[in-house]
Design a protein around this ligand. Structure first.
Ligand SMILES: *Cc1c(COP(=O)(O)O)cnc(C)c1O
Length: 492
């Protein structure tokens, strides 16, 4: 790993001590920041925070290299070497140990499956699909082209794609799509299509975007302009306007967040489209990709919320399959207007000749899991889950408010943002994910009201010891969630 340090940084930790990661963030002076990629098993928002900070002035840089090296050593120390030939009892022992660890992590923490406020729905039972392990199912290539490999699940894949196309209101013969390995691959694909449509285009995205958007810009070598955000975490269309006007000569490729990772903020799509028009960008001069990793499946099931739909001037949408739907393996859905795919190749018969997916072999199991989940739950089931999550999030927010904590919950969001608890042990125990002075909980379907109550009772008790007799004070979070939501001594 040492050899990679000047181009690639691995920040991997087994625990969830996000504040340590936070403190580590900065870059060696002689590094080309655009060439540094951060990989981590930490919750995503920490990484988006890192890429954001990487853009800060040099004066704020700290010594990073040594620390990341130490971390790499820590990871090395716990790695499971291949020690062959191994006895069956050794293999069983190791797997048993890990199964136990995963079970604990799945069931005893708020953030559930592996960590933090990570938005994963672990409310699933796919045991009837266990049989599938016997097959190596591979959807290599384009889902709409019959592949040469026989053991595949394209029928399931297209069934799932049609379901999402219907949800986002695009006709079957007007879309192209595929099942990805997750929201990040969907973002990479959507932005790639945007760039192929507008090779000269500039990518605009809010600074609170997921790191995969910046990673896509890096991979595709695109100019990327970060747009300021409002306190809610939404893109600031005034700043967008300013930036668009300064770059009127180049087409715009705009990433719209349908739920940011940390605050669950939904960018105002209508206002963004209006802003593009006001700045003189006609429909043939912009491309909009929607990063809907968590919320683009939830919005259609909510009333009085902004609509994500292909009836508006958007071009592609991606969503993660393992987040709200819930799936034991990472996966995602990517849908784009088919006309762009034609442009992508300048070949109107592209479908007969071309694989427009990103990878080669593709997971043939995940389409079956998704198909199974969508059939099982049905639209009514998802609507019920969405409502339950929104109610529980509201309930959690009210309880936090009642105990005198700083808290914010965006409209149509299930991510409750609040003041960061000062105790590492507590953060670890509840697997909270933290950025700077804020923590968040993603109230997914498995985060039940019982779990919330248990958490709240413990937090009340802890706060009374942490903040006893005016000793230590709760952190000020006004710059994160607004003065009106901050109840630190200054803003109370
Ligand atoms: C989680 C997330 C992603 C990435 O999705 P993966 O499925 O983890 O690749 C992208 N954007 C947002 C807003 C996310 O929350």
């Amino acid at each position: 790993m040492v050899g990679f340090l000047d181009t690639l940084v691995f920040l991997e930790q087994d625990n969830n001590e996000s504040q340590d990661v936070d403190n580590l963030v900065s870059f060696e002076k002689d590094w080309d920041k655009n060439k540094v990629m951060l990989l981590s098993n930490q919750p995503h928002h920490l990484i988006s925070n890192i890429s954001y900070r990487a853009a800060k002035p040099k004066s704020e840089e700290r010594d990073y290299k040594t620390k990341s090296f130490e971390l790499a050593q820590v990871v090395r120390a716990t790695c499971l070497e291949i020690d062959e030939p191994s006895s069956d009892s050794y293999l069983k022992d190791v797997l048993g140990k890990y199964t136990k660890k995963w079970l604990e992590r799945t069931h005893h923490h708020l953030g559930a499956t592996h960590d933090a406020g990570y938005p994963i729905n672990s409310n699933f039972d796919y045991s009837v699909l266990g049989e599938l392990n016997r097959f190596s199912i591979n959807n290599v290539g384009d889902p709409f082209i019959e592949g040469g490999y026989g053991v595949q699940s394209r029928d399931f894949e297209i069934g799932v794609l049609d379901w999402f196309a219907d949800l986002w209101e695009i006709k079957k013969d007007e879309y192209w799509g595929y099942i990805t390995n997750g929201g990040s691959e969907g973002n990479l694909h959507g932005i790639l299509v945007g760039r192929e449509v507008f090779p000269e285009g500039i990518l605009y995205t809010s600074k609170e975007s997921h790191y995969s958007v910046f990673k896509a810009a890096f991979i595709l070598r695109m100019k990327c302009i970060q747009i300021e955000t409002l306190t809610s975490g939404e893109i600031d269309c005034n700043d967008l306007k300013k930036q668009l006007l300064q770059n009127k000569d180049k087409p715009a490729i705009l990433n719209i967040n349908i739920g940011t990772t940390v605050k669950g903020a939904i960018d105002n799509l209508d206002l963004a489209i209006q802003t593009l028009r006001d700045c003189g960008f006609s429909r043939d001069r912009f491309y909009i990709h929607c990063d809907g990793a968590l919320s683009s499946i939830m919005l259609p099931f909510q009333d009085q919320v902004p609509r994500v739909t292909f009836k508006k001037s958007i071009d592609s949408i991606s969503v993660s399959g393992h987040k709200f739907v819930g799936c034991p393996m990472p996966c995602g859905i990517q849908i784009a207007r088919i006309e762009h795919m034609k442009e992508l190749t300048n070949d109107h018969d592209y479908i007969a000749t071309r694989d427009a997916t990103i990878t080669g072999s593709r997971n043939g199991h995940t389409p079956i899991f998704l198909w199974f989940a969508l059939n099982r739950k049905g639209k009514q089931g998802i609507r019920t889950e969405v409502k339950q999550c929104l109610d529980n999030a509201e309930h959690l927010k009210e309880r936090l408010k009642a105990m005198g904590a700083s808290v914010m919950l965006n409209k149509a969001s299930i991510i409750v943002v609040f003041e960061r608890p000062p105790e590492k042990e507590f953060i670890k125990r509840w697997q909270l994910s933290c950025t700077g002075n804020i923590a968040h909980i993603c109230v997914m379907p498995h985060v039940t009201s019982d779990k919330i109550n248990e958490f709240v009772i413990e937090l009340i008790e802890k706060r009374s010891t942490w903040y006893k007799d005016g000793g230590k004070q709760p952190p000020c979070v006004a710059s994160d969630i607004g003065k009106e939501n901050c109840v630190c001594p200054l803003h109370k």
